[in-house]
Design a protein around this ligand. Sequence first.
Ligand SMILES: [Fe+2]
Length: 237
Amino acid sequence: MEQLTLVDRLSHLSTELTAAERENLKFLLSMAAGGLLSGHAQAVPEQLREVALATAQRSLPRLHGTERPVFDTGVVFLGRGSFFSDEDIAALDGESRRYRERAERFHDHYVASGAPLARELALSTQVNDFLVSQVGPVLPTYKANYLYYDEPGLGIDPHVDKDEFSLNVLTMLEHVPDTRHSELILYPPEQDAIRVHLAPGESLVFFADSVTHQRTRTVAGEAIRLVSFGYRTIGSV
Ligand SMILES: [Fe+2]
């Protein structure tokens, strides 16, 4: 009989859990991966740390059943998407600036939700058709957030996103000055980290509740504005 790994066992366990229990397990694994990536277990032997990290990272996408698209790096697309016109980007940029004063602090960055133009574009046929061409049918979650990292020391430690952003279309609107310090880093399991530097108008489409990722801290004078649209692949639970 084929030997089951701990990842297989956790995946199987997930099928027997309620949605709330699965969310709990996902949170635990995400905290474990984030903590290990942040170097919080130095007293533990390196080999065990590596196995534990890979187990947590590989288990996260498996909690959502076998219908989830095959997971490698978690990156679906990176670049200037054909799904946004220059006018779309300019309109998002303007709305993002206007919504800054409404943004609320969420841990170590600021978030503004419910902006009408962002919501409308998140539901557009262009974005939907592009996502379908890349990963098959998707459902919008009606979540569209403007994100702001515009004070020194803002960022977000390694984590995975909530289910509402399981497939995340993350678009850069502004990152100043030209010399950047803060960067988005993805940690696909047992591979080199991927450092993502988006130019204004460029998007990263990725499985944000499957691949651990972080934004490193801003320095004085640095300011970043992004917009994030949430989707789910059909068949995920
Ligand atoms: Fe995230």
